[in-house]
Ligand binder design. Structure first.
Ligand code: PRT
Ligand code: MG
Length: 214
């Protein structure tokens, strides 16, 4: 049995077509059932649904043989011991710095001001501002980052942006793009050795589907 870890939402939805291209179908809809273990039309493949940030952990410790996870999650939470054979180029977005439209970010940076930065991505943000030589007070948040500049909690946020609609709706502007993000296949190395043939087959399914979309 091969276990594939996915997270509900965009990663699940964007992974389905890659599997479907090889005739692999997940037989249950996570939006309609509360099940966390989903069967597929392949007797030796099942899908487990975990929190997006837990995918690397599941794969690392063998709770799943492989998984799909954002590069943001891999960078922020570390990817120790994980084999990352493929950039699937799904769930694409970017990590950016955003501020209130009336906050002069350029000026603040030029004047060497200390910036209050709220984010879930403290490692990425810390590294980015250090490389610019900007001193920051980092405020760790777990969600609704957009609220921080609006309430005076922070001067800036570091968050994922795709369409930009969320920023716009909250009167925030993107002032720097830190990095581009997409989701990657991550593989447990022991599973790859122990279940070589079926694991290679599944990795190949992802490789072909990704190439076909290029
Ligand atoms: O939501 P939950 O707290 O359960 O976990 P999660 O946010 O980590 O999971 P999920 O499913 O929301 O995101 C999983 C992965 O999808 C992320 O790790 C990214 O690699 C990728 N991804 C791609 C995104 C987005 N695009 C994205 N737009 N993840 C989140 N967003 C959010 C963003 O944080 C912001 O709130 O969408 C909002 C901005 O979107 P736009 O289109 O308005 O710019
Ligand atoms: Mg989310």
């Amino acid at each position: 049995m091969i276990t594939l870890a996915l997270s509900k939402g965009r990663i699940f939805e964007e992974t389905l077509p890659l599997l479907a291209a090889a005739g692999i179908e997940v037989l249950e809809d996570p939006e309609k059932s509360r099940k966390l273990i989903l069967t597929t039309n392949q007797p030796d493949l099942r899908v487990v649904l975990v929190r997006a940030t837990d995918v690397p952990t599941y794969v690392q410790y063998g709770g799943a043989d492989l998984g799909v996870t954002g590069k943001d999650t891999l960078i922020e939470h570390g990817a120790e011991g994980l084999y990352q054979p493929l950039d699937l180029r799904i769930a694409e977005c970017r990590v950016s710095v955003a501020v209130r439209a009336d906050f002069d970010y350029e000026q603040a940076v030029k004047q060497g001001k200390r910036l209050k930065v709220a984010t879930k991505y403290t490692a990425i943000a810390r590294e980015f501002f250090a490389s610019k030589g900007v001193h920051v007070d980092m405020i760790k948040l777990y969600g609704s980052m957009e609220l921080a500049p609006l309430t005076g909690l922070a001067d800036a946020i570091v968050d994922l942006v795709s369409t930009g609609n969320t920023l716009k709706a909250n009167h925030l502007v993107e002032v720097e793009r830190i990095m581009d993000i997409s989701s990657h296949l991550v593989v447990n190395q022991a599973a790859l050795k122990l279940k070589q043939a079926p694991m290679r087959r599944l990795i190949d399914v992802f490789a072909r589907a990704t190439q076909a979309r290029a």
